[in-house]
Design a protein around this ligand. Sequence first.
Ligand SMILES: Nc1ncnc2c1ncn2[C@@H]1O[C@H](COP(=O)(O)OP(=O)(O)OP(=O)(O)O)[C@@H](O)[C@H]1O
Ligand SMILES: [Mg+2]
Length: 231
Amino acid sequence: MALLAFNDVHALYGRARILNGVTFAVDAGERVALVGRNGVGKTTVVNTLCGVTRISQGQVDVRGRPVKDLRGYTAAQNGIAIVMQGRGILPNLTVEENLLLGTATGRKGPWSLEKVQELFPILRERRGNPGLALSGGQQQMLAIGRALMANPDLLILDEPSEGLAPVIVDELAALLVKLGEDGIGILLIEQNISLIHRVAQRFYVLSKGAVAESGSLQNVTRDQLERHIAI
Ligand SMILES: Nc1ncnc2c1ncn2[C@@H]1O[C@H](COP(=O)(O)OP(=O)(O)OP(=O)(O)O)[C@@H](O)[C@H]1O
Ligand SMILES: [Mg+2]
C-alpha cells in the first residue's frame, strides 16, 4: 500500500487548469523524484496536498485511505512533512523557534531538537539568531531540520537545491539518501539532474498537467533523464 497516492487529481487556479489528472504514488521508505519544467505544476501538487489549491476532481490517499480534508496540518498529522519551495523560514522567529514549530503535531519518533542539532551543529550554534540571518544552505538545513522534528514517514522537498552551492547540494544528496535508508520516504521535487540522479530510485515527469512519463532511475543516464524532463 502506498504511503501517499495522487489518483487522477485535478486542480484549478480560477479557470486555469493546472493539474489535469495527476496520478503517482510513493511507498514507505521509497525515494521518488517528481520532475518537470518551470511552471508545470510541481508546487501545485504540494499546494493541493496542503489544501492551498482546491482539488476539483480525483483524490489523495494516505496509507490507502482517502484524505477528505486536505490541509497542511492533516498532512503533518498523517506523517507527511514538507520543505516548501523557498524554505518557508519564519523571519521573526529564532532558529530554535523555527525548529520547534516542527513539533506541533506531537508525533513521536527518533527526531528531537537535540538530534536535529546533532545532525546540523550550526543550528545549535545559531539557535538564538533570527532564521533569516542564516546563509541559504543553512536555511535549507533549518527547513529540513524543522520537517524532521515532526518525525515524518514521508518528507516532501520542493526544489531544495534552488540557490545552493554545488558542494552544499552534494551534502544534501548524501543526507536524503541516508534519511531514505533510515526508512523515511522521500518525494524530491527537483530540476537539478545531478541531485535527482543521486537521490531518487524512481521518477515521474509532470507535463501538461499530468504525469507524462515514469520509471526506475537505475538504468537511466543523466543525459537520458535530461531528455525525459525536457518534454
Ligand atoms: N496562486 C496562483 N494563482 C494563479 N496561477 C498560479 C498560482 N500559482 C501558480 N500559478 C500558475 O500555475 C502554474 C503552475 O505553477 P507551479 O508553481 O505549480 O509550477 P512549478 O512546476 O512549481 O514551477 P517552478 O519550477 O517554477 O517552481 C504556473 O503557470 C503558474 O503561473
Ligand atoms: Mg515550484
